[in-house]
Design a protein around this ligand. Structure first.
Ligand code: FRU
Length: 442
């Protein structure tokens, strides 16, 4: 387990392929993380659900594979719930590819309380294919106000909502998003629907949506919408063209939150990769890692309610300040920039910066994210900027987490995150921050 790019505090499988987080649920004091997995290959093959468990979100124990392909298909992404009488259920998409076209249906699996035994519902699929090539990634939640289960599910480039009282018979309610947010060639994927409280106590609904290509950074990315959901339809609180991003980096996709009855703030985890090059990352025994967990809160801004995401305190404490020895560290960076001034952050003992902060006016700044080519990885290099506010009450504060090449940079009190994979020669190399009047060659 000592591979060069194997992370210490992020989940990665012992062996084989990993993509989306699935079936995330907090139950009996443990966090369960299922994941898209091919245990027999480091490429995206016949999908299974791998399974890991943690009590602190820092160390993960990998458990036996939970879901295996059946005659209905392989096991694409989905979710987990706990019913009022303590039963656990998983929902996933059964995927087949007859005649070179995807065929997808939604299936239910009954699990025991320890999540060790998994029994398919005899009535599967519980939702048959309605004639859509992309019909997948069921996220099921309890909607208290209408006392029904709601399923959010990919329907091409929109998200469909179904309702049910028994988890077996589902009624189509509505679809959202055809003209909202960012669209590209592929489908919207991996929806999540979460009720949250604004600072004034009012209830709002957050819809997370993955877009496989054409996101903010080239390739895959995760957008979100803020609105209302009455059990029937989702109404966007922002103008349809508003684009909101959970992360502005290249490697934060298919984010999901834990089903959690404790009333704690929702915590998300994403797949830290990008379909553009996910199949070509230069690891050996395994391929694919998860992001750090992030606690989500709603904050009031001049543009309206937005998400702020914080690394949970226990996870934060697990990362010690940079020692240069392990390649796994946290660095808090506070930089006072005059207008026009820039600061370069270079990782892994390298000279060229990976992030450059630039104060563009009294109240605005940008962060440039820069990545060089890696041999054998198409479209891995990038160089683009992310806009943010320059704080009015002090220096620009950045929190940086690095774990064997995976870098997560947060700022603006958690409103801006940039998650990027790197495959450096020296993952344990030092981080340097240089403040300059003007930088050349970036
Ligand atoms: C997103 C996704 C899902 C699908 C899964 C297949 O990354 O394409 O839409 O269920 O991966 O592994």
């Amino acid at each position: 387990m000592s591979e060069k790019f194997r992370p210490q505090f992020h989940f990665a499988p012992r062996a084989g392929w990993l993509n989306d987080p699935n079936g995330m649920i907090r139950i009996d004091g443990a966090y369960h993380l299922f994941f898209q997995h091919d245990p027999d290959s480091t490429l995206h093959g016949p999908m299974h659900w791998g399974h890991a468990r943690s009590t602190d979100l820092v160390t993960w124990e990998e458990l036996p594979v939970a879901l295996h392909p059946t005659e209905l298909g392989t096991c694409f992404s989905g979710s987990a719930i706990e019913t009022a009488n303590g039963e656990l259920k998983l929902f996933y998409t059964a995927h087949q590819r007859p005649d070179d076209r995807d065929f997808q249906t939604q299936c239910l699996v009954h699990a025991d309380r320890a999540l060790t035994a998994f029994t398919p519902e005899p009535a599967n699929p519980v939702i048959d294919n309605p004639g859509l090539e992309c019909f997948r990634d069921p996220k099921v939640i309890w909607h208290a106000a209408t006392a029904r289960w709601i399923m959010a599910v990919t329907q091409g480039q929109s998200i469909g909502f179904y309702s049910s009282t028994d988890l077996i018979d589902w009624t189509f309610e509505s679809a959202f998003g055809e003209t909202d947010g960012r669209h590209s060639d592929g489908p919207w994927e991996c929806p999540d629907l979460v009720a949250m409280r604004a600072p004034d106590g009012s209830e709002h609904w957050i819809l997370l949506v993955g877009i496989g290509s054409g996101a903010y950074g080239p390739g895959s990315g995760n957008q979100y919408f803020v609105g209302q959901f009455d059990g029937h339809r989702f109404v966007n609180a922002n103008a349809p063209e508003t684009e909101l991003w959970l992360d502005y980096g290249r490697d934060f996709y298919a984010a999901q939150t834990f089903f959690d009855r404790t009333g704690a703030a929702p915590v998300n985890i994403a797949w830290a990769s990008n379909w553009t090059y996910a199949r070509t990352t230069p690891t050996q025994a395994f391929r694919g890692v998860m992001s750090l967990p992030r606690e989500m809160h709603l904050v009031e801004t001049q543009q309206g309610l937005r998400l702020a995401q914080q690394i949970p305190a226990g996870v934060k404490q697990a990362f010690v300040a940079h020692t240069g020895a392990t390649g796994t560290y946290r660095q808090d960076i506070a930089i006072d920039l005059a207008v026009g001034q820039q600061a370069a952050i270079a990782l892994f003992g390298e000279r060229s910066p990976h992030f450059v902060a630039h104060r563009t006016s009294g109240t605005t700044a940008t962060i440039r994210t820069i990545r060089a080519d890696v041999a054998g990885m198409p479209d891995f290099a990038h160089n683009y900027i992310v806009d943010l506010a320059y704080p009015t009450d002090g220096p620009l504060a950045l929190e940086l987490y690095v774990d064997r090449g995976l870098a997560e940079l947060g700022t603006s009190d958690g409103q801006v995150w940039i998650t990027n994979l790197f495959f450096p020669e020296h993952p344990a190399g030092v981080v340097t921050v240089t403040t300059l009047k003007a930088l050349e060659n970036v």
